[in-house]
Design a protein around this ligand. Structure first.
Ligand code: CTP
Ligand code: MG
Length: 246
């Protein structure tokens, strides 16, 4: 094992954004004058410990080459797959030659542009000491119910429930093997942690900011704009610098 594991970021960006019902995939929608994906990757690039950001884009992608990221020296892109997990695996495969299996990988959704550098640091600090890995999450706020049909069956203990956010940080070898095994067994994998849990491990939950929303439905876009503006005003985010770096 290397004494100083490196950090890599993987950004699955090969989805079509069907719930967003927009003309172009949601990762390319305009957010304060810049595509969502550029905001997302810029935060990861602003962390100097991250060696490279690997972005998985769709084989039908028509927008990637027009972004400021395409020529960036610390950004690499690969062709994604038909599911999020397949896109993540494609990015991990591209690391096989260059990275050590004990290096850390932070997987972060393209559709989460409001991630702060502070939360990236918090995740790295808390998870690098953990034997399994961990994720950002935030506690649910509302009283939670389980239904059967449209009838309420039970009230679910809120204290135990979290929203799973990203980034999710694991050692490269453990993550790749867990994803491959889970997909091989045809287990539903909606995030990295679920594959690692399925493999029998217990990742760490790290409390993150609730403004790290995933743009999913039309109302989320103005909300993300508001959160970014608030973060800029509070000095939690610097103006975008991606263009100047190459
Ligand atoms: N993603 C991916 N490859 C896929 C599907 C999804 O890389 N085959 C990415 C998306 O681009 C997104 C992230 O995974 O950044 C989270 O997925 P989600 O929010 O579900 O995005 P979409 O699948 O694009 O949206 P929808 O489910 O509404 O179609
Ligand atoms: Mg999806």
């Amino acid at each position: 094992m290397s004494l100083f594991p490196r950090y890599w970021a993987v950004v699955p960006a090969a989805g079509i954004g069907s719930r967003m019902q927009s003309e172009c995939p949601k990762q390319y929608l305009n957010l304060l004058g810049t595509p969502v994906l550029v905001h997302t990757v810029a935060t990861l690039l602003s962390h100097t410990a991250i060696t490279q950001v690997i972005v998985a884009v769709s084989p039908e992608d028509e927008h990637w080459m027009d972004t400021a990221l395409a020529e960036h020296p610390r950004v690499h892109f690969v062709t994604g797959g038909s599911t999020r997990a397949a896109s993540v695996l494609a990015a991990l495969s591209s690391l096989e030659e260059r990275a050590d299996e004990h290096d850390f990988v932070l997987v972060h959704d393209a559709a989460r542009p409001c991630l702060t550098l502070h939360d990236v640091n918090k995740l790295m600090t808390e998870v690098r000491q953990h034997p399994v890995g961990g994720i950002l999450g935030c506690p649910v706020r509302d009283t939670m119910k389980r239904t059967r049909g449209s009838d309420i069956e039970a009230t679910v203990e809120r204290e135990e429930l979290w929203h799973a956010l990203t980034p999710q940080m694991f050692r490269l070898g453990l993550l790749r093997n867990s994803l491959l095994d889970a997909l091989g067994a045809e287990v539903g994998v909606t995030d990295e942690a679920s594959a690692v849990e399925w493999a029998g491990f217990r990742p760490l939950m790290v409390t993150g900011r609730s403004d790290n929303l995933k743009i999913t439905e039309p109302l989320d876009l103005p909300l993300a704009e508001f959160y970014l503006q608030q973060q800029l005003a509070q000095g939690l985010r610097l103006p975008l610098l991606v263009e100047e770096q190459d």
